[in-house]
Structure formats: C-alpha cells, structure tokens
Write a protein that binds this ligand. Structure first.
Ligand code: UD1
Ligand code: CA
Length: 470
C-alpha cells in the first residue's frame, strides 16, 4: 500500500523545531611567539590541563555535532596530545589570519549547520555564556562582546545611532575615536554555515597586518541585511593568553573559580586563595584542607580527612578520618581509614597503608604495604616491603632493597618489633612477633617470636685510661 503524500513538506533540519547541528571550530594555529616556549601555546596548562583541552571540554558541553581544530604551529605535538578524542583536525600551514583559518574548516561543514568559532588560547569561556550565541547563530550572526575598562589590543564593536552593529575595527586599523570604544570583540561568533561560507569568500586582506580578518564578516552581514545579535560576556570568560603573565593570570582565575565551586560543594578550604588543584578532586563530608596545599592528578579524600598546610598530593586516595600533617609529599599512595601521615613524610607510588597505620616525620616509603595499626614514625626508608599488622618500625630503620643491580623485597610479619637503626638487607623476612635489637644489620631471615641481634656485644674495660698529651 502506498502512503498518502504528506500534507505539509517535512521541515528541513534547522527550520523546524529541531536545532541545526552545531559545528564548533577552534582556532589554534597561531605560534604564540610571546610565550617564548618550545611548547605550542595551546598546550600550556591551566589547572593541569592544556588550554586547548579546556576549550574542547566546553565544545563538548555544548553538545557539538563536530569539533574542528584548526592547527598549524607544533601540529604533530598538538594532535598527539589529544589522541583518541573524536576531533576533526584541520591543518592551516600558513597563518594568514582568522578568516583564512576558519575557511580551512568550512569544506567539512554542511550549509545547514550552525558554526561556533572559539579560540584555543581563550580557555576560561563557559558553555553557559556561549549557549545564547549558539541559539542566535542558527539564523543571525551572533557576536560575543565584552565591555572592558582597558580595551587595548582588541577589535572594537562599531554601532550606529540606534545601537545596531555596523562592523568591527581592529586596534591597528582604528582611528583615535574608535580606540576609545570600550565594547570589544571577544572573537567568539556563531552563524549559519551557508552564510558564513559566502562571506568568507569575500574577505580581503587590505589592512595594516595584511591578514584575512574574520571580523570583516560583520560588515558583509550588514550588507546582506542579516541580523546581528550581540551576547555579553564577563572579562574573565574572554581572557586570552599571549604571554606567560597572562597565563599566570588565567591560572589564578581558574583556581579561584574552582575553589569557590569546591567551597560551595562543602569542601572546608581554609583559604581559597592558597589552594591549587591541577586535576580532579573527590571528597567526603567535612574533608578539610589547610593553606598552601597542591593537589594533582586524581585525588580522593574520604570523610573528615584533614590535609595539613603545605602538603603536595598527586594521584592519592585517603581514607575516612585520616590526617596528613603539614609538609608531606604523597604520590600514588592509597591510605586507609584513621591513618596519620607526616609531618614531613614522603609517600611514593605503591604505598598502601591499612587502617590506623602511621608514617611519621622524615620517613620515605615506596612500593610498600603497612598493615593495620603498624607504625614507622621517624626517619626511615621502607621500600619494596610487605609489612604486617601492628608492626613497630623503629627510628632510622632502612630496608636495603637495592643491591646496585636489582631490587629485593623485605617481609615483616605481624607484630614484629624492629629496633632503631636497623638495616634489613633484602631479600629478608622478619617473622611474626620477632624482635630485632637496635642497631642490627639483618642479612638472614629472623625467626618468629625470637630476639635477633647482630651487633657486637657491649664490653666495658675496667681501669682503661685515655691517652694523655705528651
Ligand atoms: C582577534 C580578533 C579581535 C579580537 C581578538 C580577541 C580578528 C581579525 N581579530 O585578534 O577582533 O578582539 O581576537 O582575542 O579576528 N589564528 C589561527 N590562524 C591564523 C590567525 C590566528 O589559527 O591565521 C588563531 C590564533 O592561534 C588565536 C586566534 O586565532 O587562537 C586569534 O588570533 P590572533 O592573531 O591572536 O588575533 P588577535 O589579533 O588577537
Ligand atoms: Ca590574540
């Protein structure tokens, strides 16, 4: 049976209730000369993540159908950094201007799409600022603008008496009167792809810099009587990074925003201005962080965990109620509940502390497990070690795990007591409830339950006299 023909033509994509597909184009081909760095500019990190990564995340938050990255300088390195992500890489071999950059991506974008242009070196822009621009860009040319106290260096928005946008003039091409305008072009714009394609073909490079300016599409849109919509953004959202001073400024802003967010979520940050998170933090109720703490990678803090001043934690998990005292450095450590670490402890990758264990000042651990309630409270090195529960490791105990060629394991069984200044020459096992006399160098297994001492017997010589000066 034949179907009856539809009474109404089916709406084309973008003309009915559904939004047109969003294609985000990120311009990231520029050199970034002023960074004075061998790292491509967009790979410089903010909050531990490359700037371009922030912009990609924003594009993702906008649910883009496709993300095109126009890249040039350090192309290979930039691509490598985002391997595995679904991106359309567009090479702009020569940087002839922002219009030229966008043009490189256009062949891969269908006419019915909405195009949103973002910059790889403007990392703090939030999706919620861009959303209204994307919505307006389905039919109009949408420009994101900002009013700045100091608009120097930016393109200025030119408006007519009725407030309608007439064009954008770049700083270098602006008259003294135009330079006084404080409403600036952030560079973010959205427009229907079909329209944009037509305008881009008409852009010329007859300006001071001899570049193809994307901003010239505004005057072309005016000519075509396409509506121009402006969307206001905060200064913070549009800050671009051209040099390391601006990078530092953007980093601080990012940290400030992040800290405010964490405080709202219930993290007890003693001072949000003295806290840095370069990665991801998961935390439980009443987790508290004192001043000057740096967290990197993925850090998980359980309920009521306290991190003391000046600590650095990277890729760590800290169990409920545990405390890390000031100036401890922890990397790749997993700490159970109710533990105490530091002050001045260094926990290296592979350190696992069971419930209630303690690692005190000037103790270094690496690839070491400490059982529940075990302690290494002072001045020790515990590496490649398996330590049972309720073990006491006296001050100055060293696991001699390295013979100059290979690493060997030390096993200390439950309830053992290791006297101060003991050297445990691995591979070696100390049996359960064994006691090692202080100052011993243990090279063979120490049996369970016995006292093992390897130091020379103490002797006192009666009547001995000190030599006298002749
Ligand atoms: C641009 C805008 C200006 C705006 C400012 C906001 C133009 C002509 N001017 O100026 O109105 O106020 O941004 O920051 O668009 N890029 C390429 N290929 C190129 C040229 C640039 O990928 O050929 C990239 C850069 O890597 C950068 C972005 O485009 O991420 C902006 O380029 P840039 O040269 O910094 O433009 P501005 O002069 O700052
Ligand atoms: Ca710039």
């Amino acid at each position: 049976m034949k179907r009856p023909p539809p009474t109404q033509p089916t709406p084309l994509k973008g003309q009915g209730g559904r939004n047109p597909p969003l294609h985000v184009v990120i311009l990231a081909a520029g050199q970034g000369t002023r960074m004075r760095s061998s790292l491509p500019k967009v790979l410089h990190a903010v909050g531990g993540k490359p700037m371009l990564g922030h912009v990609l995340d924003t594009a993702q938050a906008l649910e883009a159908a496709a993300v095109h990255v126009v890249h040039g300088h350090g192309a290979e390195q930039v691509r490598e950094c985002f391997e595995g992500r679904e991106l359309r890489w567009v090479l702009q071999a020569q940087q002839l201007g922002t219009a030229h950059a966008l043009q490189q991506a256009m062949p891969d974008i269908p006419d019915e799409a909405t195009v949103l242009v973002l910059y790889g070196d403007v990392p703090l822009v939030r999706a919620e600022i861009l959303q209204p621009a994307v919505a307006a860009g389905a039919r109009a040319l949408a420009l994101v603008t900002a009013v700045l106290a100091d608009p120097k260096g930016y393109g200025r928005i030119l408006r007519d008496r009725k407030g309608g946008v007439r064009g954008i003039v770049e700083e270098n091409d602006a008259s003294p009167a135009q330079k006084k305008l404080r409403e600036i072009n952030t560079g973010f714009l959205a427009a229907p792809a079909g329209r944009l394609r037509g305008w881009l073909q008409k852009v010329k490079n007859d300006n001071v810099k001899r570049e193809y300016y994307l901003t010239d599409v505004v005057a072309l849109a005016v000519k075509d009587r396409v509506r121009i919509v402006t969307v206001a953004a905060d200064e913070q959202d549009i800050l671009g990074v051209n040099d390391r001073a601006q990078l530092a400024q953007v980093e601080r802003l990012f940290q400030q925003r992040q800290a405010e967010c964490l405080l709202r979520a219930g993290l007890a940050l003693r001072d949000p201005a003295r806290f840095d998170l370069r990665g991801e933090l998961v935390f439980g109720r009443d987790a508290a962080i004192d001043v000057n703490v740096l967290l990197e990678g993925r850090v998980v803090l359980g309920e009521g965990v306290r991190i003391g001043a000046g600590c650095v934690l990277r890729d760590c998990e800290i169990g409920d109620g545990s405390e890390v005292l000031p100036y401890s450095v922890l990397q790749g450590a997993k700490i159970g509940a109710g533990c105490q670490v530091g002050p001045f402890a260094r926990l290296r990758p592979g350190t696992v502390l069971a419930e209630g264990a303690r690692v005190g000042n000037f103790v270094e651990t690496k690839n070491a497990r400490l059982g529940a309630g075990s302690k290494a409270n002072h001045l020790s090195y515990v590496g490649d070690a398996e330590v049972g529960r309720d073990v006491n490791i006296g001050a100055g105990t060293i696991t001699c795990n390295y013979d100059g060629a290979n690493k060997h394991k030390t096993v200390i069984e439950d309830g053992a007591f290791i006297g101060s200044n003991t050297a445990l020459v691995a591979p070696v096992t100390v049996g359960a409830d064994a006691t090692i006399g202080a100052g011993s160098t243990v090279t063979r297994n120490a049996p369970a339950g016995q006292l093992t001492v390897t130091r020379a017997k103490q002797v006192s010589i009666e009547g001995w006299r000190r030599p006298r000066k002749k």
